[in-house]
Design a protein around this ligand. Sequence first.
Ligand code: GTP
Ligand code: MG
Length: 193
Amino acid sequence: MEYFDAKLLISAAGKNQWPDSELPEIVLAGKSNVGKSSLINTLLNRKSLAYVGKTPGKTRLLNFYEVNQQFMMVDVPGYGFAQRSQKELIDFGTMMEDYFSERKQLRVCIQIIDLRHGPSKDDLVMLDYVRSNGIPVLIVATKQDQCNQSETSKNRKMISEKCNVPMNQIVLFSSKTRRGRDELMEKIEAYIN
Ligand SMILES: Nc1nc2c(ncn2[C@@H]2O[C@H](COP(=O)(O)OP(=O)(O)OP(=O)(O)O)[C@@H](O)[C@H]2O)c(=O)[nH]1
Ligand SMILES: [Mg+2]
């Protein structure tokens, strides 16, 4: 098994706190509770590096994880979490917009979609936003363990159509079974190198 030396460098509220580093970065995007933090743990073969919660809204800031002194994984709060104040929503928007529009070493955004439901309106807005900033996107359909074979292929096709991505480029993923983990790591490596 690959071992990853990974550590949380900082939980940043704003750009003045972004790490002063040139390492290539990979950022996650997805609605609250879709499994972003779980995906980081699965990818890096770690049990509880990134904080996973039963209730939505667990990740509040931009968490920069440095991996093998080689690249950075950036965990972000999910969107669509209702229990936020007006101010929190504005801060969240600013924090994300600054990052997606200004971070020079950002190589790819992993857009995570719940395979059971397909893309939400917010997912499609986010995807558009990332693409409009010229950032490459990898689509990962997670919680695959919750779908049977026919739901899996039906929903993969639906995601492919709604997100305008060829079906074979959508990574079927599960943090429970680890399905798709190696495939995703290979795709990420192609962006780092
Ligand atoms: N069955 C199943 N559950 C999952 C999977 N990935 C995550 N979960 C569960 O979904 C819940 C949310 O997971 P998180 O990884 O915290 O989700 P998140 O997107 O980081 O959430 P926020 O930080 O609140 O935006 C937890 O209860 C996880 O155990 C998966 O692949 N399969
Ligand atoms: Mg999280």
